[in-house]
Design a protein around this ligand. Structure first.
Ligand code: FA5
Length: 342
């Protein structure tokens, strides 16, 4: 039996030297040291030996077992170490490589223009004042000299709500009355930026949500020339003197007289396109002298006070500034568009 054990041990050690991974190592262990392994098979012959030969054979078997187990442990340690070293090599980080730049967020293009607009007006002494997007019918229309059922309501396609008398504001103009009621009898120089909503058929120049910046000045001896001067100064700074502009007579129930300001269409260079409705000009704002009824609704006596107001479309201005040919890009959430700016 000792001979058998010896040759089995030699074979086992030779095989162990060839084992290259932990799966093969486990196969080796069951093959030689397992319950049905080679050592167990040899030991089964112990009973057939004469009784006096058994202790020596048993001891020899135990020694072989101990040596094989020791060799197994040593091999396992070496293989595990090699596996760890290989994993480290594979996952190694080269700290000398330049890092990947993190994706930085940026301000939405409309927000950029809103901030620029605020900065221009701040230099002219206008504070910024925010008013609610969900507004009463009373302030959105009636206080602005537009009674219920008045045909002028058709100028604003409105989102009505389930609550009687509550609408999504169709323009920033109701803020005029809120501000006047809050500030009377002080003089006012303010812009009112914010989002407005219109029940509108969306197209290259019309969105159903957009930003407006309202302007309001109330005081004594405020004239149309002041309004024009402020608007021209704004356009010159916003478009850096690169765009022509024109004033065109118009109608709003809450200003008298009223006009609109157009900027030459950069998209077609004045030749005519779908953004300028083939006119060569794009309307950016409505404006006028605050109507006496509106001054009164705000608490100011129209005999003593006068004022001007305007309401400009931020997305339209941005389109003209950057040559964007479709307003739908602004709110379609496409990073390829948004990433180009800022
Ligand atoms: C008004 O909303 C008036 N409240 C403006 C005003 C204020 C007049 C104060 C007098 C005194 P209007 O509906 O024309 O007017 O809109 C003003 C500007 O908002 C437009 O010139 C345009 O630049 C922009 N605008 C209006 N509707 C849309 C729309 N659907 N999509 C994109 N821009 C729009």
């Amino acid at each position: 039996m000792q001979e058998q054990l010896k040759s089995m041990e030699a074979e086992a050690l030779a095989r162990l030297a060839e084992v290259q991974d932990l799966t093969a190592l486990e196969e080796w262990r069951t093959g030689y040291l397992g319950r049905k392994g080679r050592l167990a098979q040899i030991l089964r012959g112990l009973g057939q030996l004469p009784p006096e030969a058994r202790p020596a054979a048993g001891q020899a078997a135990n020694e072989v077992k101990r040596r094989l187990e020791a060799a197994f442990e040593a091999r396992r340690g070496a293989l595990e170490e090699a596996a760890t070293a290989a994993a480290f090599r594979a996952e190694q980080v080269d700290v000398t490589l330049p890092g990947r730049p993190p994706a930085l967020g940026r301000l939405h293009l409309s927000t950029q223009t809103l901030r620029e607009t605020s900065a221009i007006f701040a230099h002219m002494g206008f504070e910024a004042y925010e008013t609610p997007e969900v507004e009463t019918d009373e302030l959105n229309f009636q206080a602005l000299n537009i009674p219920p059922h008045h045909p002028a309501r058709d100028m604003w396609s409105t989102f009505y709500t389930d609550r009687e008398g509550v609408v999504l504001r169709t323009h920033t103009s109701p803020g005029q009355v809120r501000l006047m009621r809050e500030r009377y009898p002080a003089e006012i120089r303010a812009i009112l930026p914010g989002k407005v909503y219109r029940y509108e058929q969306v197209s290259a120049r019309y969105e159903f949500q957009l930003h407006q910046v309202e302007g309001l000045a109330v005081g004594r001896n405020i004239h149309m020339s002041d309004l024009k001067g402020v608007l021209v100064a704004f356009a010159q700074q916003m478009f850096q003197g690169m765009r022509r502009w024109r004033f065109r007579g118009s109608y709003f129930p809450f200003t008298e007289p009223s006009f609109e300001m157009d900027i030459e269409c950069v998209l077609c260079g004045g030749g005519g396109c779908r953004v300028c409705k083939y006119s060569g000009w794009v309307e950016i704002l409505g404006a006028g002298m605050v109507h006496p009824v509106v001054l009164q609704n705000g608490g100011y006596d129209p005999a003593a006070y006068s004022g001007f107001a305007f309401g400009m479309g931020t997305e339209r201005i941005t389109m003209l500034k950057y040559g964007i040919d479709d307003i739908r890009y602004f709110f379609s959430n496409n990073p390829r568009f948004l990433e180009q700016f800022g």
